[in-house]
Design a protein around this ligand. Structure first.
Ligand code: NAD
Length: 422
């Protein structure tokens, strides 16, 4: 039965997720009888977020928090501020969090939140009021043991500090464990800011080894040069790879010899985007998908790799830093062309893994060194990827379907063992 409150198309985020679930069902054995529960979010909250603007008028924004599954533990997933956010998108992002958390075996369900807003049009004070009102509205379903938000597109450590403070004020006790991705002195974890990019690098390094792709000298193209894209680029650069193309909402740049990242990263920080960087040539946005490269890292938004772009890319390896960047039809084309895809649900799991470390550190009030965090992250990611790869080899399926198989088995096993209440 389809849900009455969304109308997904095959290419929309929820439509993409549903098709990914359909592909894994044949590999779930008897647990397939529970698969319908993967196609329905457990809970979806829509909230009105009214705030007073600096000019004294009141503006209303639409906010969401979706808990896709809580079978394996509290909800966990980021909060996105973007003008195109919809309930359907947040549903898909929350479902991908369920898969991701189970794929790396974190004791979490999956959740996600968002506000339909262009944060670049708000002042810092307006952004703070928006965050605090949204946190109060979703306060009825979040909490350190219920659902733990984190940063996503256009949200950061400062936004998490406001969320933590608001929740703490409303409940009467400082609750550091209610969000992750906080500033370090508020219970944040060392290594969290770059953890997602680090996970992209670790899974990319392992995948490159398996297909005999030498990282030293490899050419890399990165779409989205924000938190995830720039951190991954930095680590690939340190491993000797050349970042030859980058695209963000301001434009696309290219340099066949590779960018000087020690100049590009400050340029993006100071100007807000890659456009205008002097150490590269500007390029037409669509030409980004044709650049000669070995590794393609989509690290912006959903649905970027469509059928046409998948037929054009010259990469041997696609590392999904973003959530949902590849449409199912493009997945098939990449597989036919022998291009390996490390899917989002394992590739970008480094962020939530270090978020889990942060949550554990907050509960024990005992904080680890950055080396400890990076080592544990590396170990968890490598172990999770190995299990996925073994599953892919055993069934002769893609890494995406194999990740879904490993994760869905864990989720549905928990679902079955808990049973239905009442
Ligand atoms: P961010 O806000 O730091 O960066 C987003 C980047 O995407 C920016 O460079 C922006 O310019 C670019 N972008 C936006 N619209 C674009 C467009 N139309 N074309 C090209 N580029 C565009 O966000 P982030 O945290 O780096 O998240 C990026 C992706 O990674 C998202 O899909 C997010 O869900 C996913 N992700 C993030 C984390 C995390 O820890 N931050 C964890 C897992 C997955």
């Amino acid at each position: 039965m389809t849900l009455s409150y969304v109308n997904p198309t095959p290419d929309s985020p929820w439509g993409t997720y549903l098709s990914q679930v359909d592909r894994v069902i044949p590999y779930l054995g008897p647990l397939a009888s529970w698969a319908e529960s993967l196609k329905r979010p457990k809970r979806a909250l829509i909230v009105d977020v009214p705030i007073e603007l600096d000019n004294g008028t009141v503006a209303h924004f639409e906010g969401y928090r979706v808990q896709h599954s809580l079978s394996r533990g509290p909800g966990k997933g980021g909060v996105r501020y973007h003008p195109d956010v919809t309930l359907e998108e947040v549903m898909a992002l929350s479902a991908w969090m369920s898969i991701k958390n189970a794929a790396v075996n974190l004791p979490y369900g999956g959740a996600k939140g968002g506000i339909r807003v262009d944060p670049k049009k708000l002042s810092t004070k307006e952004l703070e009021r928006l965050t605090r009102r949204y946190t109060s509205e979703i306060g009825i379903i979040i909490g350190p043991q219920q659902d733990i938000p984190a940063p996503d597109v256009n949200t950061n450590a400062q936004v998490m500090a406001w969320m933590m403070d608001t929740y703490s004020m409303n409940t009467g006790a400082t609750a550091t464990g209610v969000v992750t991705g906080k500033p370090i002195h508020l219970g944040g974890s060392l290594g969290r800011v770059k953890a997602t990019g680090r996970g992209v690098f670790v899974t990319g390094r392992e995948a490159a080894r398996r297909i005999n792709l030498e990282l030293n000298g490899a050419k890399v193209a990165v779409q989205g040069f924000g938190n995830v894209g720039s951190s991954a680029a930095e680590l690939f650069g340190q491993a000797g790879a050349k970042i030859v193309a980058a695209q963000d909402h301001t434009g696309t740049i290219y340099n066949s010899k590779g960018f000087d990242l020690s100049q590009l990263i400050p340029h993006v920080r100071d100007t807000g985007g890659v456009a205008g960087f002097k150490g590269a040539e500007p390029m037409d946005n669509e030409a980004f998908w044709d650049v000669p490269c070995d590794i393609l890292i989509p690290a912006a938004l959903e649905g970027q790799l469509n059928a046409e772009r998948a037929s054009r890319t010259r990469a041997r390896l696609v590392l999904e830093g973003a959530n949902g960047p590849t449409l199912p039809v493009a997945d098939d084309i990449l597989a036919e062309r022998g291009i390996l895809v490390v899917p989002d649900v394992i590739c970008n799991a480094g962020g939530v893994t270090v978020s889990y470390f942060e949550w554990v550190q907050d509960f024990s009030s005992f904080f680890w060194t950055e080396d400890e965090i990076n080592l544990r992250l590396d170990k968890i990611m490598v172990g999770a990827l190995k299990k996925i790869w073994d599953t892919a080899d055993r069934h002769r399926i893609t890494l995406r379907t194999a990740t879904f198989a490993v994760a869905c088995e864990r989720i549905l096993m928990a679902r079955q063992e808990r049973g239905l209440y009442p």
